[in-house]
Design a protein around this ligand. Structure first.
Ligand code: SF4
Ligand code: SF4
Length: 212
């Protein structure tokens, strides 16, 4: 995927972002990246990405938070672990991609019209509300939210499938959904607290480094 390259300035950086990500267990070795490009070379999906895995590592380390979180790359990563296996500095690139996906959703900074993060968000919402995923409704919601014009173009096909009973629109639900919702909220709160703690630690680390 081609993106418009623009000059980046110091003011575009969100200082401390790279340190925050590196402080997460599994992502510690990020700072050891030597920019050799092996990860981009072995990645089967890098030709479809807006930034290669090597570029993402460099951008995270240099605090370009918004550029990374709104990129398509983290969502196109198929978690095949090839880059992680081949990295000469043993950087767990795949786990860093996971961390970036989580942050993007938690902070609401992701490409809003790109189907993969929209699917992840709608999947979560459906499980939270109903305890089950109704695949057809999920696919329809994802389509309408990410590319409504494309969805409209397929109305004839969709209608045909519905009339032939191949596309049931029934909503599946479990009993005691409120209990599941409460459990999910607790897990979310734990994650948010963890994120706040990491942020605090990273800020202290950055402050200590600048005083040294
Ligand atoms: S393979 Fe490892 S060291 Fe080389 S660019 Fe990728 S992350 Fe950096
Ligand atoms: S784990 Fe992701 S970034 Fe790494 S090689 Fe596979 S698809 Fe590419």
């Amino acid at each position: 995927m081609k993106i418009e390259r623009t000059i980046k300035y110091e003011a575009d950086r969100v200082k401390g972002f790279g340190d925050e990500v590196s402080s997460v267990p599994g992502c510690e070795k990020l700072q050891a990246c030597i920019q050799c490009g092996t990860c981009s070379g072995v990645c089967p999906l890098s030709i479809y990405m807006d930034y290669s895995p090597r570029q993402v590592m460099a951008m995270v380390r240099s605090d370009f938070k918004n550029e990374v979180l709104t990129s398509h790359t983290v969502w196109l990563c198929a978690s095949c672990y090839q880059c992680t296996v081949d990295c000469p500095r043993e950087i767990r690139i795949t786990d860093i991609m996971y961390e970036l996906k989580q942050r993007a959703l938690q902070e609401g900074i992701y490409p809003k019209k790109f189907s993969i993060p929209v699917l992840a968000k709608e999947f979560y919402k459906m499980v939270y509300r109903y305890g089950r995923v109704s695949e057809n409704l999920l696919a329809m919601t994802m389509f309408l939210k990410s590319s409504p014009l494309e969805a409209l173009k397929m109305w004839r096909l969709g209608l045909g499938l519905i009339l032939r009973g191949r596309f049931p629109l029934t909503l599946e639900k479990i009993k005691r959904r409120d209990e599941l919702g409460r459990m999910m909220k607790v897990v979310d709160q734990v994650k948010i607290n963890k994120l706040h703690d990491e942020l605090k630690q990273a800020r202290q680390h950055v402050a200590a480094r600048s005083q040294a």
